[in-house]
Design a binder for this molecule. Structure first.
Ligand SMILES: Cc1cc2nc3c(=O)[nH]c(=O)nc-3n(C[C@H](O)[C@H](O)[C@H](O)COP(=O)(O)OP(=O)(O)OC[C@H]3O[C@@H](n4cnc5c(N)ncnc54)[C@H](O)[C@@H]3O)c2cc1C
Length: 476
């Protein structure tokens, strides 16, 4: 396919994009908007990757992500570029906040406790999530000596050192471990929540940093706004709009790439049975890292080894549609997190219809129960009946679920959550150094520089720009 905007004096080959998740689609959209021809190869029969929204009996069910952060601006900016700006909705203002399981009961996560940092003293000191000694230890944080080493450390080590063991076990572990479906004893502080490391370095204390930040924010804007947004029609609205902007003939859906080869002047992709899928000026690989490792194995064995070192966890999401009256003890919060020390079968529960409008019919509730993760991988692999039983058991014990759900949808995401464990940033630096030795090759996606949707979009766009700038131009 020749692209109308390609300068007539040059004839360049297209750029290949492997993987049609949000990263690959964002890369494609950026190349297309720059007038650069591309081919996108997606192994699955549909585009979107992990992002998938389904409609079931008037419920709008997200099988994975249901919103994105707006502080990292790329998802919101892409929606606006695609004309979806007016379709973005903030979280409902009236039920913001989360509950945490504490000695079998539900308590609110103290207002002002953000991931690994206390922001406001009074709500934390008056909350009974922590025992009195636990609260006193947390209050001593400003007096804890600043760490001098700049080496990476685990989320668990950081939180225990600064906030105390109890604050780690009861708050930090479920909040950060939940986001990554990971093991906080292994997750890297620098790769997951480096802002708190920087705060310790700059202010010597998270409390002091929070105080400075609050004063600055009060000066800047006053009222709190939603940190997350979602398209009114769910993530599929974004995926469908992206697809609509891309040339249909450039999309190869249901085509798995098996290998990448490097020729003297171009890259070649091989598909099933070694058949050629074409020649390209550059290749952007956006698959999970373990697939990327297989693809580049013949080009660079050391790069493949580094990619294999990025671990993944899996999770299963049981989505249930219920009548509101079926919850005997409903909570006024967007969700529930469960510390590992509580030994529950669910990592977290999310009330999708409390968070966003239009997710469930009037008088009904959309609830999603997350099972598995790095700490309980075997649970995510249970069969559908067992997963449903786990979800019902957890809901019945925690919020008094009675009766059968009206709607049920089970989403399985085996090996789809990259684990940014201690040393991740060093590994990424080594990967980047090896990739730089192969002009025209780019790796992008959740495995590398951020798992959230905005970071994936940013990474896909970065890779597209890098290829567009560096792809060799060929004489006709
Ligand atoms: C349960 C869950 C909940 C989440 N919740 C949120 C949330 O609320 N907010 C948020 O910001 N993020 C969330 N995330 C994270 C975010 O959704 C993902 O990190 C992001 O969607 C990953 O996009 P990606 O394009 O990098 O990878 P993927 O979506 O994994 O896409 C990679 C694609 O590559 C394809 N592929 C693989 N091998 C080949 C091959 N050989 N040839 C061709 N194609 C191939 C795959 O089929 C896949 O479609 C969540 C993730 C999960 C699993």
């Amino acid at each position: 396919m020749s692209n109308p905007t390609t300068p007539p004096s040059f004839q360049s080959l297209p750029i290949a994009i492997i993987g049609g998740g949000i990263t690959g689609l964002a890369a494609a959209q950026r190349l297309h908007s720059r007038g650069k021809a591309f081919r996108l190869f997606e192994a699955a029969p549909r585009l979107g990757g992990v992002l998938e929204t389904v409609e079931r009996d008037d419920y709008l069910v997200e099988r994975s992500a249901d919103n994105f952060l707006i502080k990292t601006p790329h998802a919101r900016a892409l929606c606006e570029e695609l004309g979806l700006g007016d379709q973005l909705v903030p979280t409902n203002a009236d039920r913001r906040g989360a509950m945490v399981v504490c000695r079998g009961r539900l308590l609110p996560v103290p207002e002002g406790f953000v991931l690994a940092a206390p922001q406001r003293l009074v709500p934390i000191i008056t909350s009974s999530v922590l025992s009195v000694p636990g609260r006193l230890r947390l209050a001593c944080e400003p007096f804890i000596k600043q760490r001098t080493s700049t080496d990476d450390e685990s989320v668990a080590d950081f939180a225990r050192r600064r906030l105390g063991r109890e604050a780690y076990e009861r708050l930090v572990q479920p909040l950060i471990g939940g986001i990554y479906a990971g093991d906080a004893e292994r997750l890297s502080m620098l790769a997951t929540t480096s802002q708190f490391v920087e705060q310790e370095r700059e202010f010597g204390s998270l409390w002091r940093a929070a105080r400075k930040k609050q004063l600055a924010e009060q000066r800047e804007r006053g009222a709190r706004y939603s940190a997350f947004m979602a398209p009114r029609g769910g993530m599929k609205q974004l995926i469908e709009r992206l697809i609509a902007t891309l040339p249909r003939e450039a999309m190869r859906v249901g085509v798995a790439v098996q290998a990448i080869e490097r020729g003297p002047q171009h890259w070649r992709l091989r598909g099933t049975n070694g058949g050629s899928l074409g020649e390209f000026d550059a290749v952007i690989v956006t698959t999970p890292a373990y697939h990327a490792a297989e693809l580049v194995a013949k080009v660079d064995a050391l790069l493949a080894r580094e990619l294999c070192g990025i671990e993944y966890s899996g999770t299963s999401v049981v989505c249930l549609g219920l009548h509101e009256s079926q919850l005997k003890r409903p909570v006024s919060a967007f969700g529930i997190v469960a510390p590992a020390m509580e030994r529950r079968e669910a990592i977290a529960i999310s009330f999708g219809s409390y968070k966003y409008p239009g997710r469930a019919p009037e008088g009904e509730l959309l609830v999603r129960v997350f099972i598995g993760g790095a700490l309980q991988p075997q649970l995510a692999e249970r069969d559908d009946a067992e997963l449903l039983a786990i979800a019902q058991r957890e809901l019945s014990q925690l919020v008094g679920l009675a009766g059968e759900p009206r709607v049920m949808e089970i989403a399985r995401w085996p090996q789809r959550m990259p684990q940014y464990n201690v040393g991740h940033l060093h590994r990424i630096a080594r990967i980047e150094a090896r990739v730089a030795a192969h002009p025209g090759l780019q790796l992008a996606g959740a495995a590398y520089r951020g798992v959230g949707i905005p970071q994936c979009i940013a990474d896909g766009q970065r890779a597209a720009e890098a290829c567009n700038d560096s792809a060799p131009r060929r004489a006709p």
